[in-house]
Design a protein around this ligand. Structure first.
Ligand SMILES: [Zn+2]
Ligand SMILES: [Zn+2]
Length: 401
């Protein structure tokens, strides 16, 4: 095999963080398992990456609007200046460390999908320590020492990659197409968010209809929400939300405001009308800006739930916090990552059910059957990548598909 492979990287030295943007395609060493040098390689595998999803967090890295500290601090620790990006993947196991079979190969003969050489796998992007308090009590998604692929350790926008076997989730190719399997990780974010409260019979507003907001529309319907209201600034995203099953859509009109964190009053009036004056039971913040958080808080009824998922660097102002949140008895849920692997199991079941239409809608509507959304990694250019990011809520690299 070749000594070097192609990888898409972020370079923190050049120009400084705030003045630069984009990723650089470069040759990096082929990853190898070398248990003499790194004993923990016994627990890892080498993957050939077939498809890789481009996440909202990759957009944040591309435009340098998020993750600045995590990228810098982790690179300083590793004494490096470039990070391989990307964390959503499906790939084939090419090589396994000497302990992988003993620890990660399911002995159940009835399980047709296994962690073994030749298997197709996806996996969680959070590499957890297994030793901290949270890991020990089964809350690995909030591990004290977690590293996130493509942000605080090297990721998967590359032809090959080394990854701990404990992160892998074996994919049954007869049930999930590979392009969709490559986005199990962000779909899992939406599953985690949508299962954090009981949605049966509830009115749910989803603020921000990028990929994970759109997945949330599908899931809210699937989990029995009584009314799903999709809110976004972009009419194309709202049209998709409608096609995916949103009962109502509300477009936020961009207006000049005294502060960027101020709520969008006209949209809130519309949400209130659609809930007969009550406000929604559950609001999902899936966009990031402070104004979106304030929209969620203001549109939720007394006693309701606000699910906070969007990420943006910097401070947030919530005006009149005590009255709006405490006195009104709201519950705020911060959602990060996925429950490992409880969320993955639910995600797989929802996608494998051929009658609920979820997998087909992801492929036909969000990924537009691959038209303009599946990009050949070998043909990467900054211009075509930026264009695809601007035109579609979700894009996927075909690397060795
Ligand atoms: Zn992601
Ligand atoms: Zn831990």
């Amino acid at each position: 095999m070749a000594d070097t492979i192609k990888a898409l990287t972020i370079d923190v030295e050049k120009d400084g963080w705030d003045k630069s943007r984009g990723f650089v395609m470069r040759d990096v060493p082929m990853p190898v398992l070398d248990e003499k040098k790194n004993p923990e390689d016994a627990l890892s595998v080498i993957l050939k990456i077939r498809y890789a999803g481009v996440c909202g967090s990759d957009r944040g890295l591309w435009y340098r609007s998020a993750w600045k500290d995590m990228v810098h601090e982790s690179l300083a620790r590793e004494k490096k200046t470039t990070r391989i990006n990307g964390h959503e993947f499906v790939g084939e196991i090419m090589e396994v460390g000497s302990m992988v079979e003993r620890l990660y190969h399911d002995p159940d003969e009835n399980n047709p999908v296994k962690i073994e050489k030749g298997s197709l796998v996806s996996g969680d992007s959070h590499v957890t320590c297994g030793r901290c308090y949270q890991c020990r009590i089964g809350e690995e998604h909030v591990c004290l020492n977690e590293a996130i692929l493509g942000i605080s350790i090297d990721g998967i926008f590359a032809e090959y990659m080394k990854i701990p076997a404990k992160n892998l989730w074996a994919v049954d190719q007869s049930r999930i197409r590979p392009e969709v399997a490559s986005i199990l990780d962000p779909f899992g974010n939406a599953v985690h968010a949508a299962t954090s409260v009981d949605m049966r019979g509830q009115r749910v507003a989803i603020f921000g209809c990028g990929a994970i907001g759109l997945f949330s529309v599908l899931l809210a319907r699937n989990f029995g929400a009584a009314k799903v209201i999709a809110v976004d600034v972009n009419p194309a995203n709202l049209a998709m939300a409608k096609e995916l099953g949103a009962h109502e859509t509300v477009q936020i009109q961009k207006k000049k405001k005294a502060h960027e964190w101020e709520a969008d009053d006209e949209a809130l009036v519309r949400v209130r009308e659609l809930t007969y004056g009550k406000g929604v039971d559950i609001a999902m913040e899936m966009a990031g800006p402070a104004s979106s958080l304030n929209n969620c808080i203001a549109s939720t009824r007394r006693g309701g739930h606000v699910i906070v998922f969007g990420i943006k660097d910097g401070d947030v102002t919530v005006p009149d916090f005590s009255r709006m949140v405490v006195v009104r008895g709201l519950t705020l849920h911060g959602i990060i990552g996925r429950r490992i692997f409880a969320t993955w199991q639910i995600a797989q079941r929802v996608l494998s059910d051929k009658t609920n239409g979820v997998q087909d809608k992801i492929w036909n509507v969000i990924l537009k059957k691959g038209k303009g959304t599946v990009l050949d990694f070998a043909d990467f250019t900054p211009e075509s990548f930026e264009k695809a990011m601007a035109e579609h809520p979700k894009i996927v690299f075909r690397i060795k598909g």
